[in-house]
Design a protein around this ligand. Structure first.
Ligand SMILES: Cc1cc2nc3c(=O)[nH]c(=O)nc-3n(C[C@H](O)[C@H](O)[C@H](O)COP(=O)(O)OP(=O)(O)OC[C@H]3O[C@@H](n4cnc5c(N)ncnc54)[C@H](O)[C@@H]3O)c2cc1C
Length: 444
């Protein structure tokens, strides 16, 4: 199969840009044989490569990425490794109880595997920490969302704590939040630092990562798969495809995957005077009570003290967005920022960016052996940090014929529901997103 489209990552990967630069890894320029080929060096691909190296320490594992480690969505996300249900296609993040319990088991296994990597590779507190997160509400409607979500957590016997406006102000410094729902199981990561540390941690003489090496063709030749790249190739009996929505670019699951872009802005490092005006804690992390609202993080560490916001979601089946889109979204970001932090009216954003999510209409992932020797773990439904860590580990186990209850949980997913034909899918999805953002009101 010829690969039809390649990753396009608009704007800088801010989390990566604020770290000291790293030497570029080699681009593949030769013909290689390997025991395993992993395509994609995000959470899923690197987790799969790590598990393969644990299961088969003498095997040669090659990882190819079209871009650089931490420049793709893995270095562009908000860094919430969430354990509790987080269904972005629902109005309140939750689905039915049975599937939520399964989702929690899987997400927690992903977080455990991330923690295991964090311990093994001596990652800093900044890269990975188990700190929990808060669903912040600004409007009475947002409070209703938190109340509904709390009732759902009660049904699941999951712990949480409600926070009033005073508690929210003491954490965030903002007068805007009138309610919060703290859930303790989320790990917060500096996504680029985590993914860089994971990549360098797994590299050995048997595991090699090539950057700036897109797979342009993947074909079966007898009993092996051959992946062609612009200047080289890898022949291997077993391939793991960990490219999230770009699975469709390899010819699989056409018209079943929803390609969504969402957008982030990061301030310049706040000065001492700005920090004094802001108040609150030096680190905190809020997801919006309304799934289509604004995510906010305050960070302190490498690159200084900063605020980061994320909002807006656009349906882009072409897997590309224009620079003018980033400019338009920036206006919404500035408004959301100023509403929450009027005391920082003069603070400018240093970085603006966008990045891809892959969702399915029925909130299922794509997992398993799609052709002999070709295994996939894709469509992470907007929660690729935890889901990528677990599905990467499990796809390596599945391809190694190791069974477990957790693997059964992962394999329970049905197939993604087909999307309506173009242009109805685009019109319908865009209308739903716009309506959701409209009704989110001040939560956006
Ligand atoms: C602004 C923003 C905020 C987000 N916030 C969160 C959050 O807080 N928590 C969360 O869990 N998720 C979040 N996400 C989503 C999360 O980033 C993704 O779900 C996650 O990165 C998916 O992981 P992955 O490893 O499956 O895929 P990716 O991270 O997309 O990695 C796939 C890799 O495959 C490579 N690739 C694609 N095609 C080819 C090819 N032909 N050849 C070689 N390589 C190829 C790409 O370059 C890419 O590096 C956010 C996303 C964005 C954009």
């Amino acid at each position: 199969m010829q690969v039809r489209r390649f990753p396009c990552d608009p704007g800088p990967a801010a989390w990566n840009a604020i770290l000291p630069s790293e030497p570029v890894r080699e681009t593949l320029k030769s013909t290689l044989n390997a025991d395993w080929l992993v395509i994609g060096a995000g959470f899923t691909g690197l987790s799969a490569a790590r598990r393969l190296s644990e299961l088969h320490p003498n095997d040669r594992v090659v990882v190819l990425d079209a871009s650089r480690v931490a420049e793709g969505p893995a270095g562009r996300n908000s860094g919430f490794m969430i354990d509790v249900p987080h269904d972005l296609t629902s109005s309140d993040y939750s689905g039915n109880t049975e599937s939520n319990l399964r989702e929690i088991r899987l997400n927690r296994a992903g977080i455990d595997y991330a923690k295991d990597a964090s311990d093994a590779y001596a990652m800093s507190y900044e890269a990975f920490r188990l700190s929990g997160k808060i669903n912040g509400a600004i409007t009475p409607r947002g409070v209703d969302h938190n109340t509904g979500y709390a009732a759902h957590l009660d049904k699941l016997s999951e712990p949480y704590q409600r926070l009033d406006a005073a508690a929210m102000k003491s954490i965030t410094g903002s007068d805007s939040y009138i309610d919060g729902l703290y859930s303790p199981g989320t790990a917060m990561i500096q996504p680029a630092l985590f993914i860089r540390s994971l990549a360098s941690g797994i590299e050995t003489s048997r595991v090699k990562i090539y950057e700036n090496t897109p797979v342009i063709e993947l074909k079966r030749e007898g009993s092996v798969w051959k992946a062609n790249t612009p200047e080289g190739s890898v022949s291997t009996p077993k391939v793991i495809l960990a490219v999230n929505g770009h699975l469709e670019s390899f010819g699989f699951y056409r018209r079943s995957l929803m390609h969504i872009f969402t957008y982030g802005s990061m301030t310049h490092p706040l000065s001492k005077a700005e920090l004094a005006l802001l108040g609150g804690r030096s680190e905190w992390a809020l997801t919006p009570a309304d799934p289509l609202g604004t995510t906010v993080r305050r960070i302190s560490g490498t690159g200084g003290d900063r605020l980061i916001i994320r909002n807006r979601a656009t349906f882009d089946p072409s897997l590309k967005v224009s620079d003018s889109r980033i400019e338009r979204v920036s206006r919404d970001h500035d408004r959301s920022f100023k509403d929450r932090f009027p005391m920082l009216a003069s603070v400018e954003m240093q970085y603006r960016w966008g990045g891809r999510l892959c969702l399915s209409r029925n909130n299922v992932s794509v997992f398993g052996e799609v052709e002999s020797g070709l295994h996939v773990a894709c469509c992470q439904n907007g929660l690729g940090t935890s889901k990528g860590m677990v599905s990467g580990k499990l796809v390596a186990e599945d391809a190694s014929e190791i069974s477990s209850d957790l693997l059964n949980d992962q394999k329970t997913d049905v197939q993604p529901t087909k999307l309506p034909p173009f242009p109805f899918a685009a019109i319908g999805a865009s209308a739903i997103l716009r309506w959701g953002e409209f009704t989110a009101g001040k939560e956006l």
